[in-house]
Write a new protein. Sequence first.
Length: 279
Amino acid sequence: MNPTQFLTGGNDGIVQLYDRSTDKVLASLKGHSKKFITSLSVNAKSSLPSAGADKLARVWSLDSASGEYRSRSIIKPHKTDVTGLAVHPTSTLLFLASQDKTYSIHDLRDFNQLYRSTAAEEPYSSLALHPDGTILAVGTPSSTIHVYDVRSGDMAATLVPPDNAPFTVNSLCFSENGYHLLAPDSLSSVGIWDLRKQKLGHSIPLGDGFKVNKVVYDYSAQLLGVAGNEGARIFAHKTWEELVHLQEGGEVSALAFGPESKEIWGTTGREVRIWGLSE
């Protein structure tokens, strides 16, 4: 996918493909029957997967004849909201997590379901895939993170933060080097889990009024970002110094680092804001 293009999903149930270089909407993809789009991905080589509160995932692709994006497949293995989506590093597998307490794996070439887990004890509220594609993490509404071996389906670890008020693990992100997992570890903090030791290595307090919407590492794993109701905040990995707090757009629902981490992209209301370094 062109690095100047990005996907957005809104409460209107529409997925939009936007080109920053031309300042134009390239496609408005309509098909989800409920308003809330929960997950998107641009990691598949020729497909644009999306998932929503309508219990299904759609895979969009460019039709060469018409030059328009169309819904190539509808994937509906789950009984309730799909809350997480990830594409395997090979771009051949799609992973989905759901409030129905299961996760599933699908082949992006023929869209067949390859695996669906047995029902867990609680719903899944988020999903992240390790950079090497061999382990999967899912968050829950009871503060717990479950880590599974993709190859066997067995649980590899259960990560439980120190005792706090119950909260929903609504976002997860593995570092690109694969050593750490970033996730909320309380109602008002984010934790950095050391996967080698399966323990919480560090916790960053965000203030009692801060509500986490999204956590993300940059590609170098030297920076981490947190989007929330009081804006976007960027921290240095290891020193944990707060480098910037971006508040002018209000609440930030999603966050991403641009090329070489020289830009920060965030969704604020109906807008996508791009912050960059001063020339």
